[in-house]
Design a protein. Structure first.
Length: 76
């Protein structure tokens, strides 16, 4: 699993970073609709993360099991 920056701060830095960018742009231009759309995007991202985080963790766990098995065979 990746643990270096920015993943040591957040598990999904691109989701949160893009959301902050959307919010900043909406505030910069003074667009209430942009703020509402940013909230909608955040909700969708949070919903996606509920499924994506366990799936990604499973991928990394499988890779570690395969690496461990490969190292075990080399030692024989």
């Amino acid at each position: 699993m990746v643990t270096g920056f920015p993943f040591n701060v957040s598990s999904a830095p691109m989701y949160y970073g893009s959301t902050m960018s959307f919010l900043g742009t909406a505030l910069w231009w003074g667009k209430p609709a942009g703020v509402l759309l940013t909230v909608e995007v955040l909700v969708v991202y949070l919903l996606a993360l509920r499924f994506e985080d366990p799936f990604t963790a499973g991928i990394y766990a499988k890779r570690e099991r395969e690496r461990s098995a490969k190292k075990g065979k080399k030692g024989l």
